[in-house]
Design a protein around this ligand. Structure first.
Ligand SMILES: [Zn+2]
Length: 159
């Protein structure tokens, strides 16, 4: 599936595009291992033509799962663009490709969604990282490795 604008229809009236866009067709190139996407993108857009420009306005919402950089907890959030706008030109050097009277909006949506991914996700602004108890347990666990029997073995090696 692609998010297409029918230019023939656009000549007479503005177009409303809304629905869910399958992830596999959005083909997001997510390099960050802390972020997981498993739900479709929800879009609700109005498209209008003004002279030789296509104006796209509306909202994009992609539910994602992020790993908190402090406490490593996985938490649900979303990449949400409430007032997304996209201006596409039908003329000039940077005009959009038109294929059989259709303009494909997919790459513009993909690029802007990727830009909005959180760079340093936090489950909460106040997140204090791993709880102290957890850290103490870890440190304590380290000490336990050197229990008396280990020392005894070392002593045997020495003598
Ligand atoms: Zn956290």
């Amino acid at each position: 599936m692609r998010l297409l604008i029918n230019l023939k229809h656009l000549e007479t009236k503005e177009l409303h595009l809304s629905g869910e866009f399958p992830l596999e067709d959005l083909d997001l190139d997510i390099r960050d291992e802390l972020q997981h996407v498993d739900k479709p993108l929800v879009y609700d857009l109005v498209v209008e033509q003004q002279a030789k420009d296509i104006l796209v306005k509306g909202s994009l919402d992609l539910p994602i799962q992020c790993e908190c950089i402090r406490c490593l907890k996985l938490f649900p959030t979303s990449v949400h663009l409430e007032k997304w706008t996209c201006n596409l030109s039908l003329e000039g050097d940077d005009r959009v490709p038109v294929e059989n009277d259709f303009v494909d909006l997919t790459p513009y949506v993909r690029d802007d969604i990727l830009l909005e991914f959180p760079q340093h996700p936090l489950c909460d602004k106040e997140c204090g990282g791993l709880p102290k108890a957890e850290l103490q347990k870890r440190n304590h666990g380290g000490d336990d490795l050197m229990d008396s029997s280990e020392w005894a073995k070392l002593d045997k090696l020495k003598f």
